[in-house]
Design a protein around this ligand. Structure first.
Ligand SMILES: C[S@@+](CC[C@H](N)C(=O)[O-])C[C@H]1O[C@@H](n2cnc3c(N)ncnc32)[C@H](O)[C@@H]1O
Length: 222
């Protein structure tokens, strides 16, 4: 599986993201996030960013769980967990079993200090996952299916590690939803009866910067 390639240079109102979206490969991206880790949360909470996607994603997952999937019992894989914003939001809603994986040891170190993850591992999502088949009730992947980060191929791995009737909640920026092939990969999974596409509505992402993204909700059916 290859990391996503940029078609055109992407410019945002935050310099760290400009660098991340034009990274020249995984080593470049890992070093950048290792360096950014210390100020990532503060940078993204600023009013000109207002990065609401992690909180919205946690609420979205909680809203879809069935009575047989109580939030305090489910096993969640937070893929591309970064500094743990999604884990923290899920924990506030009662989740107790959250595994986090990410490319950047620096980001994982910050996530570890939150004490909301049961385990944290360095992982490259562009390679097959070491996690077992049918292991998780839910996979979250927020802010990571994006320019120069992780391509659509990872979605079939998310399906593999998720139990039947489990959930995949992921964000994909509006401007790359079709261009980089996330939409096409999901259509393929739907056609092969692996998932049901529950929703992919466009909504706030970095609200302060006026950036929106699809909040993709997939139910695993096969
Ligand atoms: C924008 S951050 C999002 C982090 C977190 N989910 C959030 O919403 O704050 C993107 C994350 O993707 C991770 N990442 C980038 N490429 C990756 C890869 N190939 N495998 C695993 N993680 C990757 C980065 O290290 C970074 O932590």
């Amino acid at each position: 599986m290859a990391a996503t390639a940029n078609k055109t240079p992407v410019t945002t109102n935050i310099e760290w993201l400009n660098r991340a979206y034009s990274a020249k490969g995984k080593n470049d991206l890992r070093s950048l996030y290792d360096e950014w880790a210390a100020s990532y949360d503060t940078d993204l909470v600023q009013p000109n960013q207002d990065y609401v996607a992690p909180t919205l994603a946690a609420a979205t997952l909680a809203n879809h769980l069935s009575p047989e999937q109580p939030i305090d019992k489910i096993q969640v894989l937070d893929a591309g967990c970064g500094t743990g914003l999604v884990g923290a939001a899920l924990s506030k809603l009662g989740a107790k079993h959250i595994s986090g994986i990410d490319l950047s040891p620096g980001m994982l170190k910050v996530a570890g200090a939150l004490h909301v993850y049961t385990n944290l591992d360095t992982t490259d999502l562009s390679k097959p996952l070491v996690e077992g088949t049918d292991t998780f009730d839910a996979v979250t992947c927020i802010g990571t299916l994006t320019h120069a980060h992780v391509g659509p191929e990872v979605l079939s791995e998310f399906v593999r590690v998720t139990k039947k009737d489990g959930w995949i909640v992921a964000t994909v920026l509006d401007d790359i939803w079709e261009d980089i092939g996330y939409r096409a990969e999901i259509d393929k999974l739907v056609a092969n009866a692996k998932v049901k596409l529950v929703s992919a509505d466009s909504g706030d992402y970095r609200r302060g910067a006026g950036v929106s993204a699809r909040m993709v909700v997939l139910k695993v059916i096969g």
